[in-house]
Unconditional design. Structure first.
Length: 250
């Protein structure tokens, strides 16, 4: 498992190497990410301004409690709400960025596979409209899964000790897995493979997927880091998908 996890980390590092060797790919991948970053950072700032009211609305049962307990409960609720928003926001960020920059990221995927990995026999040409349609459909399904996972994790966040230690680790792994599914979408779509196949292939090598996706997820939490991380992750995700589909990871 540790070897597979380190293999996944190495694939992300390879993605960084590919885009840093080709500043054109880095720039192409950064433009859509910048547009989406501005939109989502603005919404996060708005959430921060209203978080006290939202936390109070989410915990009406604490209205009659003592000041200290009520404050602690609502602080925990606020942290959980922001954490859930960030987790879902990263998936939404990925989906929006892929939709906005579909042709850009398809170019990155094609360049990596065709020039670095030997190409894809009989690869399908994916129009922007089809790519956007597939991206929207997959995003709705994955964000729906993220919301379903966020609800029990939100509730578990109120458990003393466990809610502050185990739950965040589980949340990172769950959301990183969903992020990894989105970042490997283009190579599968070029082969005519649907979301169900993508999920199954990545699940079969879960440790490799987590090794790639967890550091990507954590790096994307750094403000504006996604401008560099996202193009690298797209390149690394293309390598990951290519190797898994061709049984090149041992």
């Amino acid at each position: 498992m540790l070897r597979d996890f380190s293999t996944g980390v190495g694939l992300l590092a390879k993605g960084f190497g590919l885009v840093f060797r080709s500043p054109k790919l880095l720039l192409i991948g950064a433009i859509p990410a910048l547009i989406t970053s501005v939109l989502l950072i603005g919404s996060l700032v708005a959430l921060g301004l209203w978080i006290n009211d939202i936390a109070a609305w989410a915990t009406p049962f604490a209205d009659g409690w003592s000041d200290g307990v009520r404050t602690a409960t609502r602080v925990a609720a606020g942290v959980s709400i922001i954490g859930a928003y960030v987790a879902i926001g990263l998936l939404l960020f990925t989906a929006l960025t892929l939709i906005i920059g579909g042709p850009f990221y398809e170019h990155i995927a094609e360049t990596v596979e065709d020039e670095e990995l030997g190409g894809v026999p009989e690869a399908q040409r994916v129009s922007w409209a089809r790519s956007a349609g597939v991206g929207i459909r997959d995003a709705v399904l994955l964000i729906g899964l993220a919301v379903l996972c966020a609800i029990p994790l939100f509730l578990a966040g109120f458990i003393p000790v466990v809610g502050q230690t185990v739950v965040p680790v589980i949340a990172v792994c769950v959301n990183a897995t969903l992020l990894g599914i989105e970042l490997t979408g283009i190579p599968f779509t070029r082969r005519g493979l649907k979301l169900g196949v993508r999920r199954r292939v990545l699940r079969e090598r879960r440790a490799v997927t987590l090794g790639f996706a967890v550091p990507t997820y954590l790096l994307c939490l750094v403000p504006l880091a996604a401008l560099v991380v996202f193009p690298a992750a797209m390149a690394g995700g293309t390598v990951l998908a290519h190797r898994l589909l061709n049984n090149q990871i041992r």
